[in-house]
Design a protein around this ligand. Structure first.
Ligand code: URA
Length: 213
């Protein structure tokens, strides 16, 4: 794991990098790609939850009493950005089984190139939860920034993000607006092409997850 800036962590664990390499390969079929997204989401969840607070509680093993750490403090809300973020959801929930789930749907206005929200459904108590935002590709940062705007308008005070690949431009854009958002990724790639795709990247994550084109 390497921390490249105060609020960005790149998970460079061999398992994460191995799975990412398989995902980048254009020959990897949809079914396997989908599995890899979830597996990588598990590994990134491990990292993004590293600073959750714990408290000591007393329990009894079959042999004797002891104190054990237990996660305390705020509960978690997991919020995928539609549609590719959904591909990470099962992996994240496999570790955070009690988390509530919200959804943010955004599309890009092709004239203004700005994200427009078309669906938002968040847990009613999102203000009291640690939010983990999911989107496999943090590209221009426009959607992520808009999603964090929405979350903060709903009262969220603690927002983290898991992405599989980020572009430096996207991280910069997000942190210019929301410097408090800790981003955990498997890679920061070279940059964006003229269509806003991350290069070298892995292509369109939604299309590769769902077999659309
Ligand atoms: N969204 C994707 O799915 N891929 C990119 O490269 C950029 C945005």
């Amino acid at each position: 794991m390497s921390v490249t800036a105060a609020r960005v962590t790149v998970v460079d664990h061999p398992l994460a990098q191995h799975k990412l390499g398989l995902m980048r390969d254009a020959e990897t079929p949809t079914q396997f790609f989908r599995q890899l997204v979830n597996e990588l989401a598990v590994l990134l969840t491990y990292e993004v939850t590293k600073d959750l607070s714990v408290e000591e509680v007393e329990i009894a093993t079959p042999l004797e009493r002891m104190t054990v750490p237990r996660i305390s403090g705020k509960k978690v809300a997991v919020v995928p950005i539609l549609r590719a973020g959904i591909g990470m959801l099962d992996g994240v929930l496999s570790l955070l089984t009690a988390a509530r789930v919200g959804f943010i749907g955004l599309y890009r206005n092709e004239e203004t190139l700005q994200p427009v929200e078309y669906y938002v459904k968040l847990p009613a108590d999102v203000a009291e939860r640690d939010v983990i935002l999911l989107d496999p590709m943090l590209a221009t940062g426009n959607s992520t920034t808009a999603a964090v705007d929405i979350l903060k308008r709903a009262g969220a005070q603690s927002v983290r993000m898991i992405a599989i690949i980020a572009a430096p431009e996207g991280i910069e854009r997000l942190h210019a607006a929301h410097s408090d958002v800790h981003v955990v990724v498997a890679s920061i790639d070279r940059g964006l092409d003229e269509r806003g795709y991350i290069v070298p990247g892995l292509g369109d994550a939604g299309d590769r997850l769902y077999g659309t084109k």
